[in-house]
Ligand binder design. Structure first.
Ligand code: JS2
Length: 303
């Protein structure tokens, strides 16, 4: 037996086996390369969300709504302290994550609505249209009155943006669908339609609405108030809707209670067996407007 063959056992492997091993090595290397390429591609795909024309998800969205949920349930309305904010936030995320943000549906939000039910006292509901800021200033003073943004879910989501992507479990922080430029059934618009519908359906007693008399379409049939809320009021629970038409101190007086637009609202409500009353420049709201501009001549008479 020659000294060579003694040291290297592999040498006496048949040619065939060597070739086989060689091919196997090549196959293993190829397999590893393929796996790496797929993973890199997958990672690459994961982060490129679809580009939309609207604002992306608000940074720290989940932390913000969690914090607002605790602030509301533990400080603002402690009678709701039993609400499970962790579960509420999970239900909110599940309503839109891994879904096409242009085919959002009311039922996507149903689990979230079930976790955030809240009873608003009769006669204490305040709707608004093109006058959100003034309506919120009013309910911040009249604490027993509620706009939708003074309820748990409205408070959590007010002023925020959020959307996901069918091809990813991440939130899209770059962009979200714009209601007009991209699609109507987008994640945020469907949310506000859904919670506005519930808010109107649960209303009882006389309800109020703050309208902006300085806007060309003071009563806009395409607005959430004109398209969703007035049609979900229950006449058997809501005998009257009281409108407050407020003209901006600086703004042009375009509409008042005697305008045809307001008469359209009156006719829709009376058609639904809900009485309609209307006041121009309702004094408590005018006083709020004057707080910011006390020297304005139309504030002299109010004070
Ligand atoms: C609040 C948002 C956001 O009666 C009010 C409220 O109950 C509200 O939910 O719906 C009514 C106001 O909506 P409307 O009549 O369309 O008034 P507007 O001034 O033309 O539009 C305001 C946007 C309403 C829905 N909405 N509401 N906070 O952050 C918010 N984002 C959207 N899209």
């Amino acid at each position: 037996m020659d000294p060579e063959s003694e040291e290297k056992p592999c040498c006496n492997l048949s040619k065939k086996v060597k070739i086989g091993l060689g091919i196997l090595c090549v196959l293993v290397v190829v397999a590893i390369v393929v796996v790496v390429v797929v993973v890199v591609l997958k990672l690459g795909q994961a982060h490129t969300h679809k580009e939309w024309n609207g604002t992306g998800t608000t940074p720290h969205f989940s932390d913000i709504i969690l914090g607002r949920c605790y602030t509301y349930t533990q400080i603002e309305q402690p009678e709701l302290s039993q609400k499970d904010c962790q579960e509420i936030v999970k239900a909110f995320q599940n309503a839109f994550l891994s879904k096409d943000p242009c085919s959002s549906r009311e039922k996507d939000y149903q689990p979230l609505l079930n976790l955030t039910s809240q009873t608003i006292p009769c006669g204490k509901v305040v709707f608004w249209s093109k006058a959100g800021e003034l309506a919120h200033q009013y309910t911040r003073v009249q604490r027993e009155m509620f706009t939708l943004e003074d309820t748990l879910l409205g408070y959590m989501a007010d002023g925020l943006s959020w959307c996901g992507d069918a091809g990813s479990s991440d939130m899209n922080y770059q962009s979200c669908p714009h209601p007009r430029k991209d699609c109507r059934n987008n994640t945020v618009s469907v949310f506000w339609d859904t919670v506005s519908k519930r808010f109107a359906k649960s209303a009882c007693g006389t309800v109020q609405v703050v309208l902006n008399g300085s806007y060309s379409n003071t009563f806009d049939k395409n607005s959430t108030f004109g398209r969703v809320e007035i049609y979900n009021l229950r006449p058997e629970k809501v005998p009257t809707l009281q409108a407050w038409v407020m003209r901006d101190l600086e703004g042009l007086p375009s509409h008042t209670c005697s305008s045809s637009l307001i008469n359209d609202l009156k006719l829709i409500l009376e058609e639904r067996k809900i009485a309609f009353t209307c006041q121009d420049d309702y004094r408590p709201l005018r006083l709020l407007q004057c707080v910011r501009n006390p020297e304005h001549q139309s504030c002299r008479s109010v004070m």
